[in-house]
Design a protein around this ligand. Structure first.
Ligand code: SAM
Ligand code: SF4
Length: 458
């Protein structure tokens, strides 16, 4: 099938091509220039095998991530609003045919209560998530909720950026959504392979492959500037999915001048009432998952890659090395979960640690935890963000913002052992800073944070 966005035949052709060792080495070298790699080159890397080449790929991904984002890792928490859904995605616990689950949509007050539980842990950015049922979660509800969430203040904290993963909207609806003050709008294609898409989405609005595929185009036409794409890995050949995702991303860049702000890489996890989720059609091994992340990092170096708590803690630690730049932590995937509500979760979680435990490990491994929400608040969005991220200039903002927001966290929320490790890391970072003006500025900001000022950003 050929449509304007995905050329299935071309992808299949690319996947059949073979490459020599010198071609593989050349592609890996080229990737280090930060210019990205072509679809053909991505396909070569997706086909590589053997430890030597895989290790070279992982090493290149790590170097690239450090060049663009440095060692900062952005943290967020999902807030599940409702598990009502009019679709029947066979892999999901929320699908309407799953009669065994307890359904719940949070009232505005309940959602605010959840927000406050999240705020207590130290998070500053959240991702609103909902099943697709507009009789339950319509845009008026979302608007009222977003306004109320931004009004919340708890101790020294507040939510400073709200991203959103709700059902695809029409252009008119996206226009409305873009006036609500959100950061990124996320929606995952799940699978780009039309036949499998049809099989996995037998009923509901989501059964329309084209409607889903054109979501990001409608979002841009409706005025949104930052979009998050994704694939649900495990439904079909991961190599096809990665190339299709990249083709989609190139289409958006060509037609709207903006590529994906983020890419999410969920792997299917067991979900109550879903046979597909228990036995996915194309199980993605850990080794292939590492390959997916690395190739994405090389192909779209400027894009944030998001890893959720679907993955288990030890494996998340390994994946961070390969180019992950944002992670969720301390997550609940059932509506009301942060306030101990028993509604059914969407899928089971692999990393159940608290935010502070995750931060302790990040810091021990030399990563700089970041609660930064600066870019969208100063208008560094869409193309402006891409223009800074592509040549690696975004670090100039990411690093100081990460340190300032991390310092806030250490003072206001951290356990004693995290405080010690975190302050050590900040001191080490500052002593390694080359630019004396930047260093002086940062030290002044840290002093202000120490004296009680909050929410400094640049
Ligand atoms: N209902 C909206 C939709 O489908 O786009 C948005 C929210 S949905 C709860 C968010 C994502 O969860 C889906 O896009 C899908 O990729 C993922 N998901 C669904 N079932 C899953 C499972 N069993 N394991 C892992 N991820 C799953
Ligand atoms: Fe509904 Fe989204 Fe789950 Fe599909 S993935 S059943 S649309 S909540």
């Amino acid at each position: 099938m050929v449509n304007a966005i995905i050329d299935e035949n071309k992808i299949q052709e690319l996947l059949e091509q073979k490459a020599s060792q010198s071609e593989i080495d050349e592609i890996l070298n080229k990737a280090l220039s930060l210019k990205g790699i072509s679809l053909k080159e991505a396909s070569v890397l997706l086909n590589i095998e053997g430890n030597d080449n895989l290790n070279k790929l992982y090493k290149t991904a790590k170097l690239l991530k450090e060049k663009i984002y440095g060692n900062r890792i952005v943290l967020f928490a999902p807030l599940y609003l409702s598990n009502y859904c009019t679709n029947n995605c066979l892999y999901c616990g929320f699908r309407f045919e799953n009669k065994s689950i307890k359904r719940k949509k949070l009232t505005i007050d309940e959602a605010i209560n959840e927000t406050r539980r999240i705020l207590e842990t130290g998070h500053k950015r959240i991702l609103l998530v909902a099943g697709e049922d507009t009789t339950q979660c319509n845009l008026n509800y979302i608007e009222e909720l977003i306004n109320k969430i931004y009004e919340q203040k708890l101790m020294n904290g507040e939510i400073r950026r709200i991203n959103i993963n709700i059902a695809p909207l029409s252009v008119e609806e996206f226009k409305k959504l873009s006036s609500f003050g959100i950061g990124t709008y996320q929606s995952f294609q799940e699978t780009y392979y039309p036949q499998i898409y049809k099989k996995m989405h037998p009923q509901g609005l989501k059964s329309n492959y084209e409607w889903r595929l054109e979501t990001m185009s409608r979002a841009f036409e409706g005025g949104l500037q930052d979009v998050g794409m994704g694939v649900l890995f495990g439904l079909t050949d991961y190599r096809f999915e990665v190339l299709a995702l990249l083709m989609h991303s190139q289409y958006l860049e060509k037609n709207y001048g903006i590529g994906p702000h983020t890419i999410s890489i969920p792997r299917i996890e067991p979900a109550e009432g879903s046979d597909v989720a228990s036995t996915p059609p194309n199980v993605i091994t850990d080794e292939n998952f590492k390959k997916i992340i690395s190739v994405l990092r090389l192909a779209v170096p400027y894009t944030g890659i998001i890893l959720s708590t679907r993955e288990r803690a030890e494996f998340r630690r390994e994946l961070l090395e390969l180019g992950i730049s944002q992670i969720s932590a301390g997550s609940k995937t059932n509506p009301g979960g942060y306030s101990q509500e028993k509604a059914t979760e969407q899928f089971s979680i692999g990393d159940t640690r608290s935010l502070d435990e995750v931060i302790y490990e990040l810091t021990s491994d030399g990563y700089l935890p970041s609660f930064c929400t600066s870019c969208y608040r100063v208008g560094r969005v869409g193309k402006d963000f891409m223009d800074l991220a592509k040549p690696g200039l975004i670090q100039k903002f990411c690093h100081p913002n990460a340190i300032i927001t991390f310092k806030e966290y250490l003072i206001d929320y951290a356990a004693d052992n995290t405080k010690v490790k975190g302050n050590e890391l900040i001191n080490k970072f500052i002593s390694n800073m080359q630019d004396s003006k930047q260093k002086e500025l940062l030290l002044k900001d840290l002093q202000k944070i120490g004296e009680g000022t909050r929410d400094i950003y640049r």
